[in-house]
Design a protein around this ligand. Structure first.
Ligand SMILES: Nc1nc2c(ncn2[C@@H]2O[C@H](COP(=O)(O)OP(=O)(O)OP(=O)(O)O)[C@@H](O)[C@H]2O)c(=O)[nH]1
Ligand SMILES: [Mg+2]
Length: 461
């Protein structure tokens, strides 16, 4: 960890009513007294102060000064916070004055890094804080705040405690094998490891956290000229993709970001599905199908009155949408009994042309007149809310978490498979798992783990 006293603008750059400048480190108090020309204000009380450049005594601003003595501060160090008028020259002048009395410019993330090093927050909490700063939607804010307050860390710390308990049982067996009851202690570890493996598998299967952070993914697919790009533009309420009556207009994936039900959503328009005329279009079709496959929901588009081609039906999954487009031009034949268009509601019970596809919801829409668009948006918002809106156990939110939980789970599967025959190897597997989970919060390394194992082992025996 780099030492010293650091200073930085904590609020956004540019003109603002107020800007917040933060100083952290052993020299924070000296910087504050040098700039205000008087003794430190009482801790955690906003105090009006005139700030001057110590070397020239030139007044820089009237500011609010706050003093947070260590360890009761964000970083755990002495921290001074200056709320100055948010003009660039004021900010520059005050930061220059701090540099003049021995502070140095903070590196990106250095305040949070110090908070981590001083045990103020763990890695998962720091990531939650970073997400909170980045949060653009309500759903992202809720999730980031939960993680910053330690909800995800609590799950991982709970797992680690159980892993240590299981490891202690196995280690005890190795060190003091019971002649009468061979393997008895190690076998007591088995149900713990089994339950943890199941917990981790559930955790890995849940993609909500990543979707809330990165965006729910919707793909629009269908034959050329079906009106896919027009539909994207109608949903985005801007001309994001080129529309023309030439089939094969869209060749690449065109993505638009929306907010539905408080969650971020990526809607992708794709190339029309057909036998491609050239290599570029073939690549476009390949990307269209790949995007559809990876999406959380697909919107199949066919012109009203035409049959959905087999290539489209094959790409649709249960709970997807099939939109009959250009409803202003034609009725959605062959669905003569279809009433959804008039009422604006969806119908999931009609047979699809060209073969059945269970559970696909059909809608009739005109991108030109806007007819049916509200119903389509409602269907999409409902899917987003169903997928992301439930408040259950905290979910992993980053690839880093996924990688480490996968590593831990794989190690536990190995441990279980050789617990009976090779408890030494199983113990090592459990240590690998505990270390992977420990790296999620960053609070622990293997040395600490061995200490803990040893401590609980001593108590047990
Ligand atoms: N009347 C009417 N025309 C529409 C509607 N939606 C799209 N069109 C027209 O249909 C043609 C094709 O529309 P696009 O949105 O480019 O179709 P696409 O599916 O993206 O086509 P490709 O990119 O070639 O696969 C254009 O001439 C649009 O103006 C609609 O709701 N009503
Ligand atoms: Mg298009």
């Amino acid at each position: 960890m780099k030492q010293g006293t650091i200073v930085a603008l904590a609020s956004g750059a540019g003109r603002a009513g107020v800007a917040v400048i933060r100083v952290s480190g052993p020299g924070a108090g000296a910087a504050l007294t040098a700039l205000t020309g008087r003794s430190l204000p009482p801790p955690r009380v906003a105090t009006l102060a005139a700030l001057s450049e110590p070397s020239t005594s030139e007044e820089l601003d009237q500011a609010l000064a706050l003093w947070f003595p260590a360890p009761a501060s964000f970083t755990g160090e002495d921290v001074a916070e200056l709320h100055v008028h948010g003009g660039p020259a004021v900010v520059e002048g005050v930061i220059a004055a701090c540099l003049g009395v021995g502070a140095r410019p903070a590196e990106p993330g250095e305040f949070t890094r110090r908070a981590f090093e001083n045990g103020k927050l763990d890695l998962a909490e720091a990531e939650g804080l970073a997400d909170l700063v980045e949060a653009e939607t309500e759903g992202q804010r809720r999730q980031a705040l939960r993680q910053a307050k330690g909800a995800l860390s609590a799950v991982y710390e709970g797992w680690r405690a159980q892993l240590i308990e299981a490891a202690a049982l196995i280690e005890a067996e190795i060190d003091f094998p019971d002649e009468d009851l061979p393997g008895a202690l190690a076998q007591r570890a088995a149900p713990i490891l089994q339950a943890l493996t199941a917990d981790m598998a559930r955790h890995l299967a849940d993609h909500r956290g990543e979707r809330v952070r990165e965006g729910y993914r919707i793909a629009i697919i269908g034959p050329p000229n079906a009106g896919k790009s027009s539909l994207l533009n109608a949903l985005a309420k801007r001309e994001a993709a080129i529309v023309s009556d030439i089939p094969g207009t869209t060749r690449d994936v065109v993505e638009v970001r929306l907010v539905l039900d408080g969650f971020p959503v990526w809607i992708a328009d794709t190339a029309g599905l057909r036998e491609a005329a050239d290599a570029i279009e073939a690549e476009g079709v390949r990307r269209a199908l790949a995007r559809a496959e990876g999406a959380d929901v697909r919107i199949g588009v066919v012109e009203a009155g035409t049959e959905a081609p087999a290539s489209l039906l094959a790409a649709l999954q249960p709970n997807d949408l099939l939109v009959h487009s250009k409803a202003d031009l034609a009725d959605p034949l062959p669905f003569s009994a279809f009433q959804g268009e008039a009422s604006g509601s969806a119908n999931s019970h009609l047979p699809l042309s060209g073969g059945e596809r269970e559970g696909v919801v059909e809608l009739t829409v005109s991108a030109i007149t806007g007819k049916g668009m509200a119903a389509l948006e409602a269907q999409l918002a409902q899917r987003v809310a169903d997928a992301l809106g439930r408040e259950e156990a905290p979910t992993l939110t980053r690839a880093r978490h996924r990688r480490l939980v996968e590593e831990a789970r794989a190690a536990l599967v190995r441990a279980l498979s050789r617990l009976a025959d090779a408890p030494e190897l199983a113990a090592e597997d459990v240590r690998v798992a505990a270390s992977a989970i420990g790296r999620l919060t960053g609070r622990i390394d293997v040395e600490d783990l061995l200490d803990e194992i040893f401590l609980s082992f001593c108590i047990g025996k």
